[in-house]
Design a protein around this ligand. Structure first.
Ligand SMILES: O=P(O)(O)OC[C@H]1O[C@H](OP(=O)(O)OP(=O)(O)O)[C@H](O)[C@@H]1O
Ligand SMILES: Nc1ncnc2[nH]cnc12
Length: 171
């Protein structure tokens, strides 16, 4: 199955000049979404992670079914101000704008092996920030995985763990 047939490209969203790769159409197609989850599971399972991590918000959609499929837990890296209790934070630049992410300080125990999931790797800033944040919390980040990679932005070079992606776009 060609997953690209189920990913919609929307010009000039959220700003002029950005071609937005929308997974909404992938989520709406049950077989394509099942295939996506299966393929991501195949990429991630060999690392034998203790936990998965989903990056807000489309990363939650990606991490949650994988965690269920693999029989392990997952937790959220969220935009600032959304998580209760003691949190750790990290600020980073995006393809468009900037942001600060947070996680709950007790989400991992030191040495726990995690894999970070998101829908899309663009500049790699969000993924890199998440990895730095997770390490601050004591996690061992084994790998990162995304459905989509925008290869022309070279985000992979910013990420210092193995990166697994299912489909890539060069423009
Ligand atoms: O590699 P980068 O340049 O950092 O960009 C990738 C990030 O941008 C998008 O999230 P967005 O901030 O649009 O949030 P959303 O998932 O809540 O829509 C995407 O889901 C990734 O998290
Ligand atoms: N071009 C893009 N499409 C969808 N999500 C994105 N996040 C960052 N860049 C993006």
């Amino acid at each position: 199955m060609d997953l690209k047939e189920h990913i919609r490209a929307v010009p000039d969203f959220p700003k002029p000049g950005i071609l937005f790769y929308d997974i909404s159409t992938l989520l709406m197609h049950a077989e394509a979404w099942q295939e996506t989850v299966r393929r991501l599971t195949d990429e991630v399972a060999p690392y034998k992670p203790d936990m998965l991590v989903g990056i807000e918000s489309r990363g939650f959609l990606t991490a949650a079914p994988l965690a269920l499929e693999m029989g392990i837990g997952f937790f959220m890296v969220r935009k600032k101000g959304k998580l209760p209790g003691e949190t750790l934070e990290y600020s980073y630049g995006l393809e468009y704008g900037s942001d600060t992410i947070e996680m709950q300080a007790d989400a991992v125990t030191p040495g726990q092996r995690v894999i970070v999931l998101d829908d899309l790797l663009a500049t790699g800033g969000t993924m890199d920030a998440s990895i730095q944040l997770l390490r601050r919390a004591g996690a061992e980040v084994a790998a990162a995985a995304c459905i989509i990679e925008l290869t022309f932005l070279e985000g992979r070079s910013k990420v210092d763990v193995p990166v697994h992606t299912l489909v890539s776009y060069d423009s």
